[in-house]
Ligand binder design. Structure first.
Ligand SMILES: [Zn+2]
Length: 280
């Protein structure tokens, strides 16, 4: 029984990751064909028992977060405080539990990834647009890596070195797992590697440029990397941000404003200028 439920939870998380990957690809390239992903989603959905399948489908149509981790005693989907017996049952993993408030399926994360939000200091100017999600120190004007793994590690290292995430190793593993489902390269020389389901803080974006471009699994070489760390609660917003960014830098001319910069400060300014109208 215990093993069966753990297996079901794993299955649901994988299925949800695929649905999220599909939503991501669609937000970036609405006309793209997604046959392989659709086929995988269909197969994995068909494997679920009827009642669970109906429940899961109903949830996932509302939001791409149908199965969410608990954070301490809270449902990370809606923040509802769960009673102790439910928390214990989730931690034991013996049965599938649902949040009494939002009906999402709940599970205990193996390794909770924690996002540490830098405190806003008194007197700091109020941030607008893209500035709400990123910072000058998260701009990397010239990535050194020449492989997918190296590029992801570099972006991840920088986030950790600047105190945005606690565990670099786990974050990087999660980003690699995500790339294994389907590459986050969307063509147009851009890729959107990311980690979902992170605890705490808001969405964080880091931008890295590879001058030469690398093979990141897309149809062309990838030069522009928007790396995002996404808390469960920001999941729906993330898709909007993603489509805003693809729109902002969809043409070669606009992308050049990012790829031709030399310094961190120049990249920061180019990102802000390029998203002024699209991300408000
Ligand atoms: Zn909930």
């Amino acid at each position: 029984m215990v093993r069966k439920e753990r297996h079901t939870i794993k299955h649901l998380i994988q299925l949800q990751d695929m649905v999220a990957a599909r939503a991501q690809q669609q937000a970036a390239l609405p006309k793209q064909r997604l046959q392989q992903l659709d086929k995988n989603i269909e197969t994995m959905t068909a494997d679920l028992p009827l009642e669970l399948r109906t429940h899961f489908n109903r949830l996932i149509q509302k939001s791409i977060e149908a199965i969410v981790p608990i954070t301490g005693e809270n449902c990370s989907g809606c923040g509802f405080v769960l009673i102790k017996t439910v928390v214990n049952s989730i931690n034991a993993g013996n049965e599938l539990n649902r949040c009494p408030n939002c009906a999402r399926i709940l599970y205990a994360p193996d390794v909770p990834l924690t996002r540490t939000a830098p405190r806003r200091r008194w007197g700091d100017p109020i941030k607008r647009g893209i500035e709400r999600f990123t910072a000058p120190e998260l701009m990397i004007p010239s990535l050194k890596g020449t492989t997918k793994e190296e590029i992801l590690m570099e972006l991840c290292d920088n986030l950790c070195a600047n105190g945005y995430v606690e565990d670099c190793h786990d974050l990087n593993e999660a980003a690699l797992r995500r790339e294994a489902i389907v590459s986050t390269a969307v063509g147009n020389m851009m890729a959107f590697p990311h980690v979902r389901g992170v605890e705490g803080g808001g969405l964080t974006l880091s931008l890295g440029i590879s001058k030469k471009g690398i093979d990141f699994g897309g149809t062309t070489k990838t030069k522009v990397f928007f790396y995002m760390v996404i808390p469960t609660a920001a999941s729906a917003f993330y898709l909007k941000l993603l489509s805003g960014l693809t729109q902002s830098f969809g043409t070669a001319e606009k992308r050049d404003t990012l790829t031709k910069v030399k310094t961190q400060q120049e990249l920061w300014k180019a990102l802000i200028a390029g998203t002024k109208k699209t991300i408000t």
